[in-house]
Design a protein around this ligand. Structure first.
Ligand code: GDP
Ligand code: MG
Length: 219
């Protein structure tokens, strides 16, 4: 028999799973976290809407996770079966990974207040989106539809008990507060994997993220 195998402790991979609605700041956080920690940023909005029903997003997240330790699964995941389908598919291929919900808790404010704040952001974003541009005549209805269908994270449900951790966020908070809350949550839960960057580094990453423009456009 050969030499005893040296078993190296490999840090688990992390997948961040937003639970949010349109304009909460998912993509902004994805860019900032990608810059700060090297999260691979998989955007549902980079997959044409007619292909969305085919499990391509789940597949893209898994493929990103095959070659990256950190993945940001950028989709609203506001419906429980939607996030359950993602988390189950990911665990099937990467059983040891940590799937962490970034939970934009919609019970922190009224529906009207949330829609007012996120609507202003989407309006200001204007044409800088793959498909949901501010000039769409039904953009308000689409946003209302997402907020209306939003299922809060509830770790007593089959879907949400799959999360290794839940980081709670406020849809009305500014992007800096949200980013720092995510970083602190990750540093506290996974200090071996995520180290806190300096404040200057955080500011620079946030500015670059807020200046981001999409690189594909769908009509
Ligand atoms: P998503 O739909 O959840 O991906 O939201 P985005 O990340 O695209 O954010 C919507 C728009 O709001 C973008 O143009 C962002 O640059 C902007 N944004 C994000 N967070 C904030 C914020 O805290 N304050 C303001 N004023 N704008 C923000
Ligand atoms: Mg987005």
């Amino acid at each position: 028999s050969g030499m005893p195998m040296e078993v190296e402790a490999v840090a688990p991979k992390i997948v961040l799973v937003p639970v949010a609605t349109i304009g909460c700041g998912k993509t902004t956080m994805g860019h900032a976290l990608s810059k700060l920690f090297g999260f691979a940023h998989v955007q549902s909005d980079n997959i044409r809407s007619k292909n969305q029903g085919k499990g391509l997003f789940n597949k893209a997240v898994i493929e990103a996770l095959d070659v990256n330790d950190l993945v940001f699964a950028d989709r609203n995941n506001h419906i429980r079966v939607m996030r359950q389908s993602l988390t189950n598919a990911v665990y099937a291929e990467h059983p040891g990974c940590y799937q962490v919900a970034l939970y934009w808790a919609h019970n922190k404010a009224s529906v009207e207040h949330i829609l007012e704040t996120t609507g202003e952001r989407v309006n200001k974003r204007g044409e800088d989106h793959q498909s949901l541009v501010a000039s769409l005549p039904n953009v308000c209805q689409i946003m209302e539809h997402f907020v209306g269908g939003f299922a809060p994270v509830d770790i007593d449900t089959d879907a949400d008990q799959l999360f290794h951790n839940v980081i709670e966020l406020d849809p009305l908070a500014d992007a800096e507060t949200t980013l720092v809350t995510i970083i602190d949550g990750l540093c506290n839960a996974y200090p071996q994997i995520i180290r806190r960057p300096g404040n200057d580094e955080i500011q620079a990453a946030l500015q670059a993220a807020l200046d981001y423009k999409p690189d594909v456009l769908y009509s």
